[in-house]
Structures are given as C-alpha cells and as structure tokens.
Design a protein around this ligand. Structure first.
Ligand code: NAI
Ligand SMILES: NCC(=O)COP(=O)(O)O
Length: 337
C-alpha cells in the first residue's frame, strides 16, 4: 500500500493557460483531503492570496499540505501574460514534466498529473513530441507502447492512434495495433481499476461497421481477425461494433472499455457525456499518469491571484483518479506479487 502515502506530482502546464489558476483552486478544494499533491511550477504565477511552501523533495509535501500548497520551483525564463503563450517558456514547461516523471519513476510521487500544454507552442521551441503521451513514454523508455485512455464514470475508451491525422490513423490501422491496445487496456482495467474480467468492445471504422464490405473492408481485413485473435488469447472482446450505436446509453453497460480507431471516435463521446468529469490517462507506462480532458483554454486564462471562468472539475477528477489508481495498483500488486 506504499502509493497511498505518496503525494501526486502536478505539473505546471502552459503558464499562460488555465493551469496555474486550476492548480491553486484545486489545492483550496483538496487541502483537507488525502489527495495530497505538490505543484511543479513557477510560484510567481500563483499570486498573493494563496499560501504556498517551497519544497525540495516530494516527501515534504504531506506535512504542509493542509496549510500551504507545496511547490517545487521551476522558473519561467520570460514574463508570463495570461492568454498569450510564448515558446520562450517552453523549457520550464518541459522541465516541470521531466521532474514529475523522475519523481514517479523513483517512487517519491504516487502518480503524475499533468496540466495542459499547447502542442504548437512547444513545437515552435523545437520540442519533438506531439503531446504529453508520447513525451512521457520517451522519458519512461517505453516509446511505442503508449496508449491514450479517456475515462469518465459513464465510459472508458482507448485509442489505436493518438496525435495523427485521420488519414494516417486509417492508413496505419493494423490487427497488431488493435491487439496491443486491447491487451494493455484489459491489463489496466484489472490492475488499475479492479475489474477482474474486463469486457472490451472493439469499434468498427466504417458506417455500419462496413455492412459486409459494402462501405469499406477494414472490418473484414483487419478488425474482425484482431477480435478473433484476442478471443483466442482469452480476452473478452466483441466487435467490430457499429460505431454510431456503440456509445448509446443502452450499449455502454455491456462493456468496460471501447477500443476506438481514431482520436475523435473516442474523445467526442467522452467529452460530450462528461467534459467536467473526463480524465485523460496514459497506459503503457511504468508510472500512473492522468490529466484533465481539456486543453490550455487561453481564451479564459487569468493572471496570478485572479479567478476566472475555468471549471476545476476535470482537474479534480484527474487528481482523484490518479489517487484511486495508485491505491488500486498497490492493492493489485500486493495480491498478484
Ligand atoms: N492534455 C493536454 O495537454 C491538452 C492540451 N490541449 C492543447 O490545448 C490547446 C487549446 O486547445 P483547444 O482545442 O482550444 O481546447 P481547450 O480545451 O483548451 O478549449 C476549448 C474550449 O473549451 C473551454 N474550456 C476548456 N477547458 C475549460 C475549463 N476547465 N473550464 C471552462 N472552459 C474550458 C475553452 O475556454 C475553449 O472555449 C491546444 O494547443 C491543444 O494542443 C488540448 C487538449 C489536451
Ligand atoms: N486530445 C487529447 C490531447 O491532446 C492530450 O494529449 P496529451 O498531451 O495528454 O498527450
């Protein structure tokens, strides 16, 4: 049960986005709870209304959490203007993520929770990764195994492709990829969510799941063979399921996770059902990582000490889910050795 005691590492995200405001409001909401976290960011972004304590190591977080927000300092090289991102601050954004991962890999943090980054802002500074998901895998030495899951209480989805064009998602779809994502999903449902016999629904790609090849043949060539091979392995997988009805209220209780074949096939239903409660989770890492399901929201970002329109629910869900996953993983590992 070691992870139950470890604080969560919360990254800064883009300093010009809503991340800094969300972090301080999340601390206010959680300061009397067991969801202890420390924020890795620039304290100049917090304003004077929030008590914070600079810490040198995650082990110091729990002692001060009820009184002050624990902060591990990372300094932005350039002045920050809310809503006006600058690639001049990319180094601090990246350093925050790197430190969080190091703490999780060493066991000093129970999980990494990331605040949103703007991919194009980091790309302009030469950052080679399309998003957190791929960067985290590179930091953990598991590139190629990363899988994006989006989860809300009503629905969990995982994706066979992440930050690529729709065209590329279709061109690179393979039975091997569907099987890899399905195996990782089933394993995470058992280990991190306590679902002992996970049921997977594999989405089709085309209208009516291809209608026997009339509307596309990926279901016949790729998806159906993958489902049969998964069943041979003992994984409870069904499909290809017609995507237009897969997310209906009647269908959702019949599976524990839907395997989706491109980014928006999975993210649209989750965000439509529950934008506030949705959480982005990375599978395939040796560490636990969650994130709110929204982005940087530059259009509503406010400066230090100000309170704007940002809804903190998704960050609270991400912190709560990271905590619960860490506890569940610890319990599962204790049972399974
Ligand atoms: N995990 C991450 O780091 C993510 C980063 N992004 C990045 O965010 C940037 C902006 O992306 P968009 O597509 O505009 O998505 P967005 O989620 O930042 O904003 C879309 C709309 O939702 C609103 N919104 C978002 N979060 C909100 C919250 N907590 N409370 C109230 N309203 C909220 C925004 O004000 C905006 O009108 C992009 O550069 C993208 O790369 C997007 C998704 C996830
Ligand atoms: N649409 C989800 C998203 O862009 C988040 O990506 P990541 O930064 O968590 O990899």
């Amino acid at each position: 049960m070691q992870n139950r005691l470890m604080p969560l590492a919360l990254t800064m995200g883009d300093p010009a986005g809503i991340g800094p405001e969300l972090a301080r409001r999340a601390w206010r909401a959680l300061q009397d709870s067991d969801r202890v976290f420390f924020w890795i960011g620039d304290p100049a972004l917090l304003g004077e209304d929030i008590p914070y304590r600079i810490i040198q190591h995650p082990a110091e977080a729990a002692a001060c959490f009820s009184e002050a927000m624990p902060v591990q300092r990372v300094t932005c090289p350039e002045p920050v203007r809310a809503g006006q991102p600058s690639s001049g601050n990319a180094s601090a954004v990246i350093e925050s993520i790197e430190q969080a991962v190091q703490h999780a890999l060493s066991g000093a943090a129970g999980a990494v929770v990331t605040n949103p980054i703007a991919k194009h802002v980091l790309a302009a500074a030469g950052f080679p990764h399309p998003g957190h998901t791929e960067f985290l895998a590179a930091l953990c030495g598991t590139s190629g195994q990363e899988v994006m899951m989006l989860a809300c209480p009503e629905l969990k989805v995982t994706l066979t492709s992440i930050h690529v064009s729709l065209k590329q998602a279709v061109e690179t779809l393979s039975a091997e990829r569907i099987m890899m994502v399905s195996r990782l999903t089933a394993s995470a449902l058992r280990r991190d969510f306590g679902i002992s016999e996970p049921r997977l629904a594999i989405a089709g790609l085309n209208p009516h799941a291809g209608e026997n090849g009339m509307m596309g043949d990926e279901e016949i060539r790729i998806i159906r063979p993958a489902v049969l091979a998964l069943q041979e392995e003992g994984i409870n997988a069904l499909g290809p399921m017609p995507p237009d009805t897969l997310f209906s209220a009647a269908a959702r209780p019949r599976y524990d996770a839907a395997i989706c074949l491109y980014h928006d096939q999975g993210l649209i239903p989750v965000k439509t059902l529950d934008m506030a409660g949705g959480v982005n989770i990375t599978l395939g890492l040796p560490i636990i990582r969650t994130s709110p399901d929204h982005g940087t929201a530059f259009d509503i970002a406010v400066g230090p000490g100000e309170t704007g329109e940002a809804d903190i629910s998704s960050l609270l869900s991400a912190l709560g889910m990271a905590h619960d996953m860490a506890c569940q993983r610890s319990a599962s590992d204790a049972v399974n050795g």
